[in-house]
Design a protein around this ligand. Structure first.
Ligand SMILES: *Cc1c(COP(=O)(O)O)cnc(C)c1O
Length: 400
């Protein structure tokens, strides 16, 4: 046993409850620790490694772009970034892209974009509506839109109105749009850290209609749901909704930091030189990986294979739920974003997570009692069976 866990505790600020794992490398859907033990990875670095670890084409792209240039700033044309924006617009809607390094920065960009739009409109609209339990990031602006008390705490916040409504309460949404005259509505199509809550298509479509009616920008936080996670490239594409702005991050960089916003053409000129910027984003290396990720998903069938695998996983989990209805409240989610709502208390769920880990299976826990699965799209049927068997064994043991 090495002392990496102790060294980590000595020098890294303790902001995450870490699992006691020291990773040596990753291969496909597996992570391998310093002792050579293999783990099936259904966390994927918190919804990042959508095509798994060390994908040969990702590694090749790293080499190819790495030999050309790593950073050039936004003062010159960045070819991989232009190509990636072209691809993103081709699979969403005509418009423009602004790049960031992370998800929270994509939210920050939306806040500034909405501000610019509000000033241009001169309708007196102001502020942003979000959903209760939403998560949009941890920087001070994004924090204000994140409605999880443990996250937003009492940190200082910027001065702009924010309203929150319960998910699926369309009346409450209409009331706030009517009475408060906000400029924008921001939501995750599937609430992620809020407990893996998929919003019904019907609700999203009604919300979109209300946004049109009240002249409000509809912004979709697809930072977790995007890049194929839910079985479509973006989760809003399961519905007829046409958002004004889409936020992306997590999966796009194939493991490297990259995020941004896609803005509908009519709002594509809102940012002018000097209005917003960043030194690093878009990293040419991350953007090159983004092109490879989209190629793998769309041209090489990974999206389709992942969608089929997720259907298998969901179906089998449903029958597991029937079998262990006394322990599992429900299975919910969309595609490879799955919440297993347990009927145990937080410490028991932690224990189950720990037991799974000891047996070589990595799963996340959110909102204390929900086991969250975020498998890579390249997971095989055998790996799904392996997980189901382990999980069934653990449920059997706690029943005894
Ligand atoms: C992870 C996440 C963010 C924040 O992204 P970071 O890259 O961690 O800043 C924002 N919104 C959603 C829905 C997320 O899942």
């Amino acid at each position: 046993m090495s002392n990496w866990n102790e060294r980590n505790k000595e020098v890294i600020m303790n902001t995450y409850g870490k699992l006691p794992l020291v990773i040596d490398r990753g291969e496909g859907a597996e992570l391998i620790d310093e002792n050579g033990k293999r783990y099936l990875d259904f966390i994927t670095g918190l919804a990042v490694n959508i095509v798994g670890h060390s994908h040969p084409e990702i590694v090749q792209t790293l080499r190819d772009q790495g030999e050309k240039f790593l950073h050039i700033s936004n003062l010159y044309v960045n070819k991989p970034a232009v190509e990636l924006a072209e691809r993103l617009l081709a699979v969403t809607f005509p418009g423009k892209v602004f790049y960031t390094n992370s998800g929270a920065e994509a939210t920050e960009a939306v806040i500034k974009l909405v501000h610019k739009w509000t000033k241009q409109q001169e309708t007196g609209q102001d502020g942003i509506v979000v959903l209760k339990k939403s998560f949009h990031g941890r920087t001070l602006g994004a924090l204000k839109l994140t409605r999880q008390p443990g996250v937003y705490q009492d940190f200082p916040v910027s001065e702009f109105p924010v309203y929150d409504v319960e998910p699926h309460d369309i009346k409450a949404l209409e009331a706030v749009l009517k009475e408060k005259k906000p400029a924008a509505l921001l939501m995750e199509p599937v609430l992620g850290s809020g407990g893996v809550v998929p919003l019904e298509s019907n609700y999203l479509e009604q919300a979109a209609k209300l946004c049109q009616q009240y002249g409000v920008l509809f912004c979709m936080d697809e930072i977790q749901t995007g890049i194929g996670r839910t079985g479509k490239l973006f989760a809003y594409q399961h519905t007829s909704v046409k958002p004004d702005v889409v936020l992306f991050a997590k999966g796009i960089g194939g493991g490297l930091p990259l995020g941004g916003i896609i803005v509908k053409a009519e709002h594509g000129e809102l940012f002018k030189p000097g209005d917003h910027g960043t030194t690093f984003a878009p990293s040419p290396l991350s953007a090159a990986l983004g092109n490879t990720v989209l190629k793998l998903l769309i041209d090489d069938g990974v999206l389709e294979a992942g969608r089929r695998a997720s259907e298998k996983l969901q179906t089998e989990l449903q029958s597991l739920q029937n079998e262990f209805a006394e322990h599992i409240e429900s299975i919910r989610g969309l595609g490879m974003m799955i919440g297993i709502v347990m009927k145990f208390d937080a410490s028991k769920v932690k224990e189950i997570q720990q037991t799974l880990l000891e047996r070589g299976m990595l799963v996340d826990v959110t909102q204390q009692t929900i086991i969250r699965l975020l498998p890579p799209l390249i997971v095989s049927d055998e790996q799904i069976e392996y997980f189901l068997q382990l999980f069934r064994d653990v449920l059997q043991e706690v029943s005894e």
